[in-house]
Design a protein around this ligand. Sequence first.
Ligand SMILES: [Zn+2]
Length: 195
Amino acid sequence: MLNTDKQIKLEECIREILNLLGENPARNGLLHTPKRVAKSLDFITSGYYEDPKNVLNDALFESTNNEMVLIKNIEFYSLCEHHLLPIIGRAHVAYIPNGKVVGLSKIPRMVDIFARRLQIQEQLTEQIAQAIEECINPQGVGVVLEARHMCMEMRGVGKINSITTTSALRGIFLKKHETRKEFFDLINASKVNSF
Ligand SMILES: [Zn+2]
């Protein structure tokens, strides 16, 4: 979290970056920029201070439901750990219960906690699947992430609008073809195609 010491140090670093970029941090438009950047960096990396497992464990309920629970189109924003540039995406998260279900709003919250850290998409996908597996102990879990990477679009290869898809399948989603197909069919139904 942002205490005064961390705030001041971050502001100094950002002022130094502005200098190195050839800017004048003392000019009017940039005067409060270090403070704003420090605050926004703190917010978009606030996932380091929360434990996603606590969020899930706080809202577990007994259930006899053994049908697929799917939450689609969970928007997330992250930062790539290689360039510190945004990753903008959507997560689709499903599981088949095994005696326990989790409060629905907890899944997007957990996605946010993992996303608000420096990430690569593959690892983010795995972490979401892993947390569900460990906390809910379901028959299976499926996670698909679709994302745009600003480090691919704004620099480097300059591939605007390319979308990276990653998936993590565990348990019955991996073993049973029908379950996997149901999951992907449900994701693809009424799909939002732009973000
Ligand atoms: Zn990157």
